[in-house]
Design a protein around this ligand. Structure first.
Ligand code: CP
Length: 359
C-alpha cells in the first residue's frame, strides 16, 4: 500500500503525476467535485495546525468526500493511553485514508506499519512535512514555470524546520538544483541532510551568514521563522535576528521574477510591507496546498490496491540490543516501538524512525 511518510516515498513519476493532477484540478475544478463522493478522510492532529488540517478538510470536501477526526488528542482515548498504532487500527475501520500530525518523530511511520488504509504524514516533530513539500513544489512550478535548474535560498531556522528538510530531499528528484543555506551557526541544517541528501544525491549547496550577499542569485527565497525559544543565549539571538528579516530594502537587489515562499505561520521574519510585492507568493502557496492535497488524496486512493505503486524497497532493519536511539522525541522512546536501525550508504547508523545518528 502507498503511504506518504517521507518525500522520498514518491518516485519522480509519482511526484510529477500529483503536480500535474493538481494543475488540472485548478484548471477544471467542477470536473473533480464528486470524484471522491462517499469516501472518508480522517484527520488525526496531535499537534496544533491551521493550514494543514483545514486544507486537508477543504480538499476532501471539494472532492465530494467526507471528513472526520480530531484536532486535540486530549479529547480522545489517547488521553487514556491508547497508542498511535491502536488508534490508526481503529480509525482505519471508519475512514479510507488518514492524515496525521504528531509531535513525536517517526509516529506516522510506526502507524503505517499496521494501518490498513493509506497514512499521510502531516508533520512529525522537527523531522518531516511531505505535504508542505508538495505545496512548495506546486508553488515553485506555478510561480516560475519550472523546478529544474533553480537556485533556492533557505533562510532562518534550518535545524528544526521540518519543511526545509523535506523540500531539500524532494528537490533531489529534480535536475541542476543549487541550494543556498542562510542561517546562524545555532540553526544550521543537520548534517544528515547535508551528507545523506545533498552530498549523496548531488545537490550543490553553500552556507552563507546573511541573505544580502546572495539575494541577486536566487530564483526562490524560502523564509522560515527564527525560533527565539531555541536559543540558549538571548544576546546571541539579538545579534542574528535582524539578518533574517525580509523587508522591502533587502528585496531591492532580488531578481524581478524571484518567488518568496514561507510555509507560515510567520512572526516577524517577513515584514508586512513585503506582502504587496508581486514576488510574495506565500498566500498563493497556502491555496496551492489545498489543490495539491486534493491531488494527493485522489492518487493515494487510486493507487491503494495497485502493486505498481507500493512503498520504496528498504533493506531489513538492524536490531542490536546494545544500541538505543537517544532522541527523546522519537516514537521508539515514547511508545513500544522497537529500537531498530538502518545503515546509510555513507556507513552511518541511523534510527529507523527519526533518522537520528546512532553513536
Ligand atoms: N505550514 C503549516 O504546516 O502550517 P500549519 O502548522 O498551520 O498547519
Amino acid at each position: 500500500m502507498k503511504h506518504l511518510i517521507d518525500p522520498m516515498d514518491l518516485t519522480k513519476e509519482e511526484l510529477d503525476q500529483i503536480i500535474a493532477l493538481a494543475e488540472d484540478i485548478i484548471a477544471n475544478r467542477e470536473k473533480y467535485q464528486e470524484s471522491q463522493a462517499h469516501r472518508k478522510l480522517a484527520t488525526l492532529f496531535y499537534e496544533p495546525s491551521t493550514r494543514t488540517r483545514l486544507s486537508f478538510t477543504s480538499a476532501m470536501m471539494e472532492l465530494g468526500g467526507n471528513v472526520l477526526g480530531f484536532s486535540d488528542a486530549k479529547n480522545t482515548s489517547v488521553s487514556k493511553g491508547e497508542t498511535v498504532q491502536d488508534t490508526v487500527r481503529v480509525v482505519g475501520c471508519f475512514a479510507d485514508v488518514i492524515a496525521m500530525r504528531h509531535h513525536i518523530e517517526g509516529a506516522q511511520l510506526y502507524a503505517s506499519e499496521v494501518s490498513r488504509v493509506p497514512i499521510i504524514n502531516a508533520g512529525d516533530g522537527s523531522h518531516s512535512h511531505p505535504t508542505q513539500t508538495l505545496t512548495d513544489l506546486l508553488t515553485i512550478k506555478r510561480e516560475l514555470g519550472h523546478i529544474d535548474g533553480i537556485t533556492i535560498g533557505f533562510c532562518g531556522d534550518l535545524k528544526f524546520g521540518r519543511t526545509v528538510h523535506s523540500l531539500i530531499k524532494a528537490l533531489s528528484r529534480f535536475k541542476d538544483i543549487q541550494v543556498v543555506l542562510i542561517a546562524p551557526d545555532e540553526l544550521k541544517l543537520p548534517d544528515y541532510i547535508k551528507q545523506d541528501v545533498c552530498d549523496r544525491l548531488g545537490i550543490r549547496y553553500k552556507e552563507v551568514p546573511t541573505m544580502e550577499e546572495v539575494m541577486p542569485e536566487l530564483d526562490v527565497l524560502y523564509m522560515t521563522r527564527v525560533q527565539q525559544e531555541r536559543f540558549l543565549d538571548q544576546d546571541e539571538f539579538d545579534r542574528v535576528k535582524d539578518s533574517f528579516v525580509l523587508d522591502a530594502k533587502r528585496l531591492a537587489s532580488a531578481k524581478e521574477k524571484m518567488a518568496i515562499l514561507h510555509p507560515l505561520p510567520r512572526v516577524n521574519e517577513i515584514l508586512t510591507e513585503v506582502d504587496a510585492d508581486p514576488r510574495a507568493a506565500y498566500f498563493r502557496q497556502v491555496e496551492n496546498g489545498k489543490f495539491v492535497r486534493m491531488a494527493l488524496i485522489s492518487k493515494l486512493l487510486e493507487w491503494k490496491d495497485d502493486p505498481a505503486h507500493g512503498m520504496p524497497p528498504v533493506e531489513d532493519p538492524i536490531y542490536d540490543p546494545e544500541l538505543r536511539c537517544t532522541n527523546r522525541k522519537c516514537i521508539c522512546n515514547n511508545e513500544h516501538a522497537p529500537h531498530k536501525f538502518r545503515r546509510t550508504e555513507s556507513g552511518t547508523l541511523r534510527c529507523w524512525y527519526c533518522d537520528s545518528k546512532i553513536k
